[in-house]
Design a binder for this molecule. Structure first.
Ligand code: ADP
Ligand code: MG
Length: 313
């Protein structure tokens, strides 16, 4: 979806409104097309009817329309998969971490979320016939847990040149949720180059949780988080790349059935991620991943290990 049209060419959008839109993060036609009328209303200080007209015109300029089932099947065929390092975990995911989707690894502190994303940052760089995409990574680190030393260990564990692997990982530290949102937009922009195969956000939710405390701000948080997820999903869709996010949850020991944990970020995160994997520690250094509510795969579990060399069966 490319358009040559500028925001100024939208109906009722002059220089002032265009500037307001850009300042609010609506830099390209696609983000205007994906906005809700109330979002645009607030961003540009315009009326609801004007906002609706702008959104419709933006959609038309992008050739946004219904697709047939056949077209959707063609699109599905272009989906690629990245190995997690564990065959069991790959099988659970139907072959690996998919492009054009958001995969969310959630679990308690120490359950292996950060290890999995470090591993994916290495394996995505493998050639396609070895379980990678032969491409680089954007790593948005909101908890200061990116460790180049760990990347070196995992690269060496696969006989790869650690220097080359590190060179193809672009790391940004997100100090707060607004920062994280900006880095994701930047990552989406970088992905258009075709050199990026994976965007990682570790963790998706911690900064949002810290920035929005108290009930009054909950709706605001969910809206911001939703839009952030949408930025990531679009980057994945448009560039056929993978997006992996982590989400720390607290165990609720009083729950005996179903999902024993509640993801921070609530249902919006849960519903926007295409694949949700719940990680937990097991006996003897083993870890268990459980696939929840996949659109096309059976729920199930896989056992894997975190070793010096990385994620393994
Ligand atoms: P979180 O889910 O909180 O992100 P991590 O992914 O950081 O958790 O997992 C931390 C765990 O990973 C450690 O407790 C340890 O068991 C394991 N781990 C970290 N580094 C290594 C290593 N070099 N070798 C083996 N296991 C490791
Ligand atoms: Mg972590």
């Amino acid at each position: 979806m490319v358009t040559k049209m500028d925001l100024e060419e939208l109906p009722g959008v002059g220089a002032t409104t265009a500037t307001k839109l850009r300042d609010a993060g609506y830099k390209e036609m696609s983000s205007v097309a994906a906005a809700s009328a109330s979002e645009l209303k607030d961003a540009a200080g315009i009326g609801e009817a004007a906002a609706n007209r702008i959104i419709i015109a933006a959609k038309e300029s992008l050739d946004i329309r219904f697709r047939t089932g056949t077209e959707m099947l063609e699109k599905r065929k272009s989906v690629k998969k990245i190995t997690t390092g564990s065959t069991a975990l790959d099988d659970l995911l139907g072959g690996g971490i998919e492009t054009q989707a958001i995969s969310e690894f959630y679990g308690e502190f120490g359950s292996g979320k950060t290890q999995i994303v470090h591993q994916a940052a290495v394996t995505v760089q493998l050639p396609e016939d070895e379980g990678g995409l032969g491409k680089g990574v954007v790593f948005i680190d909101s908890e200061n847990t990116f460790r180049p030393e760990r990347i070196i260990q995992m690269a060496e564990g696969r006989g790869l040149d650690p220097e080359k692997i590190l060179e193809n990982i672009q790391v940004a530290r997100a100090y707060n949720s607004a920062d994280q949102i900006l880095w994701a937009e930047k990552a989406a922009e970088m992905a258009q180059s075709g050199d990026i195969g994976l965007i990682i956000v570790d963790s998706l939710t911690s900064q949002f949780r810290a920035d929005y405390v108290g009930r009054g701000t909950l709706a605001d948080r969910q809206q911001k988080l939703n839009r952030h997820m949408h930025t990531l999903q679009r980057a994945g869709d448009l560039n056929n790349i993978a997006v992996v996010v982590t989400n720390q949850v607290m165990a609720k020991p009083d729950t005996f059935f179903g999902d024993p944990t509640a993801p921070i970020g609530g249902h919006i995160v849960g519903h926007t991620s295409t694949f949700r994997l719940y990680l937990r520690k097991s006996k003897g250094g083993k870890r268990v991943a459980r696939l929840m509510d996949s659109p096309n795969l059976p729920d199930g579990e896989a056992i894997f290990m975190v070793t010096q060399e990385g994620i393994r069966d």
